[in-house]
Write a new protein. Structure first.
Lengths: 259, 405
């Protein structure tokens, strides 16, 4: 579905991502771990195509098509949808109207708003005066309306209080996996997703198939997401960095200790 | 023998206004005072009726408490349908109400500038509207000022009195017939809001590229009065310079000015609003949203705090959608006592790219995203506008070319 090939990206003249490669398979949920400032958000913003994220080398392929230089709306049209960490305020534009435009009139706005406890926000200006948790719900509301086939979620759980996280998590799961909880169905018919998570909390709500760890603008590790999370919780990201830097030695050490 | 007032007006005939291009008054012919009256606005030609509709004026008069139409310099129609309100030409009102002479030219001074001076000396007519004491006038009064002849100088002198405890809404549409080659509108408006009265006044300017516009408006407010001024100018015009001022003389008055305007290529809009808070507990809010697609906008605003315990906010925001457009924001705060709370916020610039791309990430193309942001931007300025006018203004906005040039 999505292939990132040797992507090097700079922001305001500074190289943030160095030679990043990863892939998200159709129907698979992929999580991206990493400390603050490691380049996770930069990667998502680059995939969505926001200006200011300049691709110096490498490619972004969506279903085999090179979309590296397509405008944002063309990517949206091809099925990419993003939940932003800090979306801009759109003063004077009511959330209701944006949701309606995003859905192309295909969804029952009142119903999904109610499910997300957002009914009272429909008449409000988009993001203006929203709290952290309200922003998340508003983004999920918009994404539900938009119904993309590849979801980019930037820290869906951050800033959300304990009560709402349950609801939000359930909605994210529904968005990703549809009505079925069966693994086979999800792989065949579910959506692909790339989810940034700093704490891993979202894994309490959604099933994930693959994990990547980003450190200092590079992919430090990849593997089973729950195993990765357990390691990160135990050892911290410092260990991932050390591990990556010392990988050749580590292999030797392991071999040595076995002997 | 000429009165002192008249003498001063004569001396001011060459006095340039403080703001705005100096318009040569000799270059225009005086509009006719002899146009035939019309029995109803429905009798007007179809294209004129459409023009009226664009400015929020309903030709059928349905849902309105009164109709008034000034064409060039002739009052061609004046009718009251609702209760609790008087509406007639000012010239007639001066004959009916002896006391009215104590109001005329008391809010606006005849020697303010050459435009007021000439309007004074020409003894201009206009509307007289009075909401009777305690009357809650249910439906709005609509007045229309229309420039019709090929080359016309229109003088208007309006007086509005909201008596104690009354409530009134007025819609004024200002517009130009097709075929006008050159025009000038000089409009004096004097509003008096007595104790605890409320006036919502909405003015829609739909002039044309060949029209110069110099309105002069002063609003005198007594204790507990509320004044809401909505101003909308979305169509091309040659030049407008206006600076309506609320004089809040009684305690606990409230005034709000909302302005939205688009400066098209060739248009110069010098738009101000001013509140002078002279009594304790007064509150004022001046909000302006302006866009240039190639013309010049000067958004002025002034708050003067002369009394303790007042609170006032001024906000002018401008979008520049073209390389050629100019936005000038000039907010002024003037406090003459310590115990005041006065703030302002001004910002000019282009549309934020992150906003455009955010909407594009939801599937909108760039042009639609820009349109949505622009309409949202202006919407903040017209949220105070009465519901019955919103659809009309929304339609005009949809038609207004606000794409990035």
């Amino acid at each position: 579905m999505l292939e990132i090939e040797n992507l090097t990206v700079e922001v305001a003249g500074k190289e943030i991502l160095h030679n990043v490669s990863l892939s998200v398979k159709s129907g698979y949920t992929t999580v991206l771990f990493g400390p603050n400032g490691s380049g996770k958000s930069t990667l998502l913003m680059t995939i969505m195509g926001f200006s200011g994220y300049k691709v110096r080398s490498g490619r972004i392929l969506l279903n085999g098509e090179d979309i590296t230089h397509l405008p944002v709306n063309e990517r949206a049209k091809r099925g990419i949808g993003m939940m932003m960490q800090r979306p801009p305020n759109i003063t004077g534009e009511r959330l209701k109207d944006l949701v309606r435009v995003a859905s192309k009139g295909k969804v029952d706005i009142a119903k999904i708003a109610e499910e997300l406890d957002m009914t009272n926000f429909l008449e409000r200006d988009v993001n203006v005066g929203f709290s952290g948790g309200e922003i998340k719900r508003s983004e999920i509301l918009q994404l539900t309306a938009q119904n993309p086939c590849l979801l980019l979620l930037d820290e869906p759980e951050s800033g959300v209080d304990m009560v709402s996280i349950e609801k939000l998590g359930a909605k994210v799961r529904e968005l990703l996996q549809g009505p079925s909880h069966c693994a086979g169905w999800r792989e065949r018919s579910g959506k692909a997703a790339l989810i940034i998570t700093h704490t891993g909390q979202i894994l309490d709500y959604v099933e994930a198939d693959r994990g990547y760890v980003m450190c200092n603008g590079t992919v430090a590790c990849s593997g089973n997401p729950r195993e990765l999370l357990a390691e990160i919780r135990k050892m911290g990201y410092q260990e991932c960095i050390r591990c990556k830097l010392n990988q050749p030695n580590l292999v030797v050490e392991n071999v040595a200790s076995e002997g | 023998m000429a009165s002192d007032e008249e003498r001063r007006a004569r001396e001011a005939l060459r006095k340039a206004a403080r703001f705005g291009d100096d318009i040569d008054l000799e270059a225009y012919s005086e509009g006719s005072r002899e146009l035939a009256p019309v029995g109803s606005l429905e009798e007007l030609p179809e294209d004129t009726k459409t023009t009226l509709l664009d400015t929020g004026i309903v030709p059928s008069g349905k849902g309105r408490a009164g109709n008034f139409l000034l064409m060039d310099n002739s009052v061609v129609h004046s009718a009251v349908m609702g209760e609790g309100v008087e509406l007639m030409p000012l010239s007639q009102a001066l004959k009916v109400h002896d006391w009215l002479k104590d109001y005329v030219w008391k809010a606006v001074r005849p020697d303010t500038d050459k435009y007021t001076a000439e309007t004074y000396l020409e003894n201009a007519d206009g509307y007289f509207i009075r909401a009777l004491p305690g009357a809650k006038v249910r439906m709005p009064v609509q007045t229309c000022l229309l420039l019709k002849d090929r080359n016309t100088k229109q003088y208007v002198h309006n007086v509005l009195i909201a008596e104690e405890g009354s409530e009134l809404e007025v819609v004024t549409g200002c517009t130009t017939s097709k075929g006008v080659e050159k025009g000038l509108h000089l409009g004096i408006s004097e509003f008096f809001l007595r104790k605890n009265s409320k006036l919502t006044f909405t003015m829609i300017h739909n002039w044309s590229e060949v029209i110069g516009v110099r309105p002069r408006t002063d609003v005198v407010m007594d204790e507990g009065a509320t004044y809401v001024n909505n101003y909308v100018a979305l169509k091309p015009v040659r030049s407008i310079q206006t600076y309506p001022t609320a004089h809040m003389n009684g305690p606990d008055g409230v005034c709000r000015f909302n302005s939205v305007a688009v400066a098209h290529p060739g248009s110069v809009l010098d738009l101000g609003s001013r509140a002078i808070l002279n009594a304790p507990g007064c509150r004022a809010e001046l909000i302006s949203r302006t866009i240039t697609t190639g013309g010049t906008v000067i958004a002025r605003g002034q708050l003067v705090g002369n009394s303790a315990g007042i609170k006032a906010h001024l906000e002018c925001k401008g979008l520049i959608l073209s390389e050629k457009g100019v936005q000038i924001a000039i907010p002024e705060l003037e406090a003459r006592v310590p115990d005041v709370e006065m703030t302002h916020e001004a910002a000019v610039g282009k549309i934020a790219q992150d906003q455009v791309e955010y909407l594009m990430s939801r599937g909108l193309n760039e042009e639609d995203a820009v349109g949505m942001i622009v309409r949202g931007f202006l919407d903040v300025g017209i949220r105070g506008i009465p519901e019955h006018l919103k659809a009309e203004i929304d339609r005009t906005l949809q038609e207004t070319d606000v794409r990035r040039g």
